[in-house]
Design a protein. Structure first.
Length: 261
């Protein structure tokens, strides 16, 4: 059966890798982001470009989200898998970060996914179920220097989607929360600084992270197996365990973190 998969942030990184992977699986893929030219480039990398569709949107603009949701639901009736992947990171200290930056990150990383989830849920329920994937981060589990807004938005994702599962799993709604660690993407390049400009620096650890393709494969496998939460990490998974079981050691480590690490 051909499934319809809607992916936000599909113009690069994990989102682009997911689009290619689901196309290889014979799915109908809907790709969304702001940059139509880059979306078209990803579409041409897919196994069957004719079965991949571009629906532009701006995650920071609810009107744009509304138009995109209307188009998707009118053209395809139902989304089998919604992947809320699009987002933006941050590189600035709490005391130097204006509240506008916090609001912008929260709007893009949290509220956009919540809005799209609420828009597709009725059709999923009407057709007997569906699956929603929320891309969080390992800093959605613990705080980390220069990531206050980003970490807060990712923490919020866990609370929302765990509740969605608790309320609707018996009506066929599956949830997978994905917590990537260091993935080889451009996320640090586009992270917001304290004045709202792009960071423009590739974090050293990011350069040596897991490939987006490998991350996408693990996400696809997790959805197939109905996993509720997964971590896609290398050694950085240790921070999750330190935070969970050795809180004193976690605090000792994060207090020594250097900027842009």
């Amino acid at each position: 059966m051909c499934k319809t998969v809607w992916i936000t942030g599909a113009s690069s990184g994990i989102g682009a890798a997911l689009a290619v992977r689901y196309s290889e699986m014979g799915c109908r893929v809907i790709m969304s982001a702001r940059n139509v030219e880059r979306l078209e480039s990803v579409r041409q990398q897919c196994v069957n470009p004719d079965n991949c569709f571009i629906v532009p949107l701006d995650l920071s603009d609810q009107t744009s989200l509304a138009y995109a949701a209307d188009e998707v639901l009118s053209r395809f009736c139902k989304v089998d898998i919604l992947i809320n992947n699009g987002g933006i990171s941050q590189r600035s200290m709490v005391a130097e970060t204006p509240i506008d930056i916090d609001r912008r990150v929260m709007e893009v990383d949290y509220f956009s996914g919540v809005y799209l989830t609420k828009r597709v849920l009725p059709s999923m329920l009407e057709h007997g179920g569906g699956h929603i994937v929320a891309i969080s981060s390992i800093v959605g589990v613990f705080g980390f220097p220069q990531r206050s807004a980003y970490s807060a938005a990712k923490h919020a994702i866990h609370g929302f989607y765990e509740t969605v599962w608790a309320e609707l799993h018996d009506r066929g709604i599956g949830i997978t929360i994905v917590c990537p660690g260091r993935i080889m993407t451009d996320i640090s390049l586009h992270a917001l600084t304290k004045d709202g400009t792009e960071h423009g620096i590739m974090d050293h650890a990011q350069q040596h992270g897991i490939s987006a393709r490998t991350c996408a494969n693990r996400i696809v496998r997790a959805v197939e197996r109905g996993r509720k939460e997964i971590y896609v990490c290398q050694k950085d998974i240790l921070m999750v365990y330190f935070h969970r079981y050795m809180r004193w050691f976690y605090y000792a480590l994060v207090s020594k973190v250097k900027p842009n690490s």
